[in-house]
Design a protein around this ligand. Structure first.
Ligand code: C5P
Length: 278
């Protein structure tokens, strides 16, 4: 038997850094939307019955990734085996389309996909809460992918609460092909200075949270080339927002037509950048 799960990317439309914690992580307040319906930017994880566990990688963005014990899919699988108390032999294949080090949560989404897939394939009967706890052990961003939709994230981002859907404006995602390491961006918050801590003010019912990412200054410090994408999005009439710790930017536009015009302009000026309309 073979089953397959989709592992989509995410967009943090609000990311506030509220301070540094004793454990070295940062206290965050996040509003995140899991971006469904973008097949060119969605990983897929397939499992087939087998006599032993193995993982293979493929797809346009798999270069440089390892299918060893460091891979979050295998880490997730080992947590399931620990819960089941027995080996869960399977042939896993991960088809990567989400770029690595782009702030779109690719690895975290794959890990969440593995938890769902293993729970289903082996009928483990783990509750949503049990899966969320395992997800939080794998990484701060993994639980939000289990929840799906739009969520509020607190703590280091792993305490997630569902929110009513927040309609997304016409958005253009721009990936400049750069890799930005998340730990180095968080470390650099100390060099650039913390943003003024400001909790998410209550929003009038239905109003979207601000378009804000407190990691932007630190990411630009780590990778100054990111400014080129921000400026190009501004020049085409977009309102740029760094995705997570970078390197992707999300430009929001007033209308789909303006977004599509900007995409055409950027394709001409920067053919090496990858673009997706959301
Ligand atoms: O939780 P995750 O493994 O995805 O985090 C990757 C790195 O990002 C951590 O090792 C830490 O350096 C940084 N981080 C942080 N505060 C958070 C989330 C991540 O400092 N809330």
């Amino acid at each position: 038997m073979s089953i397959c799960v989709s592992c989509p990317p995410k967009l943090n439309r609000f990311l506030a850094v509220l301070g540094r914690r004793a454990d070295g992580f940062h206290e965050l307040e996040l509003v995140t939307t899991v971006l469904e319906g973008l097949p060119e930017l969605t990983d897929t994880l397939t499992a087939e019955s087998a006599s032993e566990l193995s993982l293979t990688l493929g797809g346009p963005t798999s270069e440089g990734l390892l299918a060893d014990a460091s891979n979050l899919v295998l880490k997730a699988w080992h947590l399931l085996e620990e819960a089941a108390g027995l080996p869960l032999p399977v042939t896993l294949h991960l088809e990567k389309r989400i770029p690595h080090g782009a702030g779109l949560g690719g690895g975290s989404s794959d890990a969440a996909g593995a938890l769902r897939l293993g729970n289903q394939l082996f009928g483990l009967g783990l509750s949503d809460d049990a899966l969320l706890r395992k997800a939080g052990r794998l990484g701060s961003d993994v639980p939000l992918f289990l929840l799906g939709g739009t969520s509020l994230g607190l703590g280091r981002g792993e305490r997630v609460f569902p929110l009513r859907p927040i309609p997304l404006e016409p958005i253009l995602l721009v990936h400049p092909g750069l890799y930005v390491g998340t730990p180095s961006v968080y470390r650099s918050l100390q060099s650039v200075g913390y943003p003024f801590p400001e909790a998410l003010a209550s929003q009038p019912a239905g109003a979207p949270p601000p378009w804000r990412n407190d990691l932007t200054g630190a990411a630009l410090w780590v990778c100054p080339l990111l400014a080129e994408v921000r400026d190009a999005l501004r020049d085409t009439g977009g309102d740029p927002l760094l995705c997570g710790s970078g390197s992707c930017w999300a430009g929001r536009f007033a209308t789909p037509a303006e977004r599509d015009e900007a995409a055409a302009t950027l394709r001409g000026s920067h053919p090496e950048w990858r673009l997706w309309a959301v």
